[in-house]
Ligand binder design. Structure first.
Ligand SMILES: [Zn+2]
Length: 352
């Protein structure tokens, strides 16, 4: 009886396809072509709830070599929480299809698609793809999570980057449920900047390394996206406990290589580092003196270079500073063991 009084959702239309309430569809958005003139479509999964609610986008691989988000979305689509949905999920596993098939961050013209927004109909390849994506997908959306990893050979501790001056964005960053949040107003041309400018709150999840899967980063990502959907009132009661409040970094900075050589790291991601600590060495492969890397700052290691061959000036460590650094370190420990001991999400076998 109660159900008959619940408001019903109306059909959702995208790219000429009508998706009925309580159904799913895979829509192929024709964003580009190969020079063989084979269409290079961007598949968008539309999960349209029976009940009305927000239109929520989760996107990955706007940098084509950042793969954790692709697996996060694959697991999300199989998750039982999506069966009784209020509102609409637009899940885009691979935004930069060109980069994805070339295992590259960039487009074939070496542009970064995440610097091409809002784009234009008559601009470069990137501008045209960005414009299509913006007008056909992003403009329809009320909230979004964009999934990223570190660049090639760079590993990121799971973290949220968000413009916290927007209250709704800040609330999504809190809801995601990873311990570290970095307040960042992104540079020109990013999807996040353009969306925020038109009033769509977007958070970025950064976790792991390009061209690699990381099981913990993936699990935390699936959980985080579900936490945000729960916060937006799109899913029913939560089976797991509510996440702890995250810690917002006061600032963050990179430690760079002072000379060329072989880089040996002595600290792991998530480590609590104090100013003056020995955190690494640069040695020569042909003998000679080692150079110690002394941390210039206290904080938590949120990003690290994983390639031992470095040139002077190269970014080695990303350290985030916090008011309450010991609490962050403790929260990270709890978070890491919860994630590692917790479910893989959607009953998947863990990637090891
Ligand atoms: Zn990225």
């Amino acid at each position: 009886m109660k159900n008959s009084r619940e408001p019903k959702n109306t059909p959702f239309e995208i790219n000429g396809i009508t998706v009925q309430p309580g159904t799913r569809a895979k829509v192929e958005l024709p964003l580009a072509q190969l020079y063989t003139q084979t269409p290079l479509n961007v598949p968008i999964h539309v999960i349209h709830g029976r009940k009305p609610g927000p239109v929520f986008m989760v996107s990955a691989a706007i940098h084509g070599d950042e793969l954790n988000g692709v697996e996060i979305i694959r697991r999300l689509l199989r998750h039982s929480a999506l069966k009784n949905l209020s509102g609409t999920v637009l899940a885009v596993p691979v935004v930069n299809v060109f980069g994805f098939i070339h295992k590259s961050r960039y487009l074939p013209d070496r542009r970064d698609l995440n610097r091409c927004f809002p784009g234009s109909e008559t601009g470069s390849l990137g501008a045209r793809m960005a414009w299509q994506f913006k007008t056909q997908v992003l403009d329809r959306v009320s909230y979004a999570v964009d999934l990223h990893t570190g660049a090639i050979h760079r590993d990121n501790l799971p973290q949220i980057r968000a413009n916290l001056s927007n209250e709704d964005t800040g609330a999504m960053a809190n809801a995601f449920g990873v311990p570290v949040v970095i307040n960042s107003v992104l540079g020109e041309g990013t999807l996040r900047e353009v969306a925020e400018a038109q009033g769509i709150p977007v958070i970025t999840y950064e976790a792991g390394e390009a061209l690699r899967f990381d099981e913990s980063c993936i699990r935390a990502g699936v959980k985080g996206v579900l936490n945000v959907m729960h916060h937006l009132g799109m899913t029913g009661s939560r089976r797991t406990k509510a996440p702890r409040e995250p810690y917002i970094a006061r600032s963050s900075s990179w430690v760079r290589a002072e000379r060329d050589g072989v880089f040996l790291s002595l600290v792991a991601l998530g480590a609590w580092i104090k100013s003056g600590d020995l955190i690494g060495r640069i040695s020569s492969p042909f003998g000679g003196d080692d150079v110690d890397i002394i941390s210039p700052a206290s904080g938590i290691l949120v990003g690290r270079n994983n390639l031992p061959l470095v040139n002077e000036g190269e970014a080695l460590y990303h350290i985030a500073r916090f008011e309450e650094v010991s609490e962050v370190a403790e929260s990270l420990e709890v978070f890491t063991s919860d994630i590692e001991d917790g479910p893989t999400q959607s009953g998947q076998l863990p990637i090891v």
